[in-house]
Design a protein around this ligand. Structure first.
Ligand code: ADP
Length: 266
């Protein structure tokens, strides 16, 4: 650890923290975070999972997890996470109106994220999945440095621009000694629902090539599919609403790969 930096402080009640990150917005990071959280409990029902929406500028977890309302306070004045589908969730979207613009300076954002992590009664969680803000700014750095992280998952689409940003993300995690568990290649292929023809809209296997160059693993591929968009945006994530679909199975496999790569928890 670099000299002068404070030692990462665990989040009370949380065994393992998994970051879901992306170099840029719109690549499917939140959709992956939500389905990963659900897949972690679907694969092993003995595991308790939480989901923290650290994307304070554009919180999408309330909509994707079909949750609304304000957190109650516990006796010790901690916020109680909102619960749906067995997942304990916390998001800035529970504290401000979804349409209200968040105009904050960097320090305020960081202190808000700290509160969303620590002023919360998480209970006992095996895994806390954090949906990171896109990019590699101060907020991402401070989360990566202030909390002990078991591993990060980087989501990217297969085309060049998105991959360049994903590479920046991987390098940031390396610098702050956060283990990168691997890359998820989202929107890897589009299969026409009418004729079943497959089209690589964003190019084929870009993330696989990048992963090889960076010495990272690809945890899995998620196709570009209408059912993922519809279920995610309507608050019925596909892992839960269509667990037998190929798309849900892709998320379930990614969750197994994530667990396989995590360090043993204490
Ligand atoms: P990010 O968190 O990276 O900004 P989101 O998860 O919010 O991205 O996804 C952006 C949009 O793309 C959403 O409408 C979501 O439903 C859709 N989406 C994400 N992944 C897929 C996919 N594999 N197939 C179809 N639509 C997807």
């Amino acid at each position: 650890m670099a000299r002068g930096l404070p030692k990462p402080k665990p989040i009370k009640g949380v065994k393992q923290v998994i970051l879901v990150a992306s170099g840029k917005g719109g690549v499917g990071k939140s959709t992956t975070a939500v389905n990963l959280a659900l897949a972690l409990t679907a694969n092993d029902s003995s595991k308790t999972v939480g989901l923290l929406d650290a994307d304070v500028y554009g919180p999408s977890i309330p909509r994707m997890m079909n949750l609304r309302g304000n957190p109650e306070l516990s006796e010790s004045n901690l916020m109680r996470p909102l619960l749906n589908y067995g997942i304990a969730c916390m998001s800035m979207g529970f504290l401000v109106e979804e349409t209200a613009p968040v105009i904050w300076r960097g320090l305020m954002v960081m202190s808000a994220v700290e509160k969303l992590m620590r002023q919360v009664d998480w209970g006992h969680l095996d895994y806390l999945v954090i949906d990171m803000p896109p990019g590699t700014g101060d907020v991402q750095l401070s989360i990566s440095q202030n909390v002990p992280i078991s591993g990060a998952v980087i989501v990217s689409t297969p085309q060049d621009i998105a991959l360049m940003d994903a590479q920046k993300g991987a390098e940031m995690f390396r610098k702050v000694h956060v283990p990168v568990l691997g890359l998820v290649q989202n929107m890897s292929v589009f299969q026409c629902p009418k004729c079943e023809h497959k089209t690589h809209i964003f190019g084929a296997d870009g993330a696989r090539k990048l992963a090889k160059n960076l010495g990272l693993d690809v945890l899995g591929d998620i196709p570009l599919h209408l059912s993922i968009r519809e279920t995610s945006d309507s608050g019925q994530p596909i892992v839960l609403s269509q667990p037998q679909s190929e798309e849900a199975k892709a998320y379930l496999r990614i969750a197994s790969e994530v667990v396989r790569r995590l360090p043993p928890s204490g």
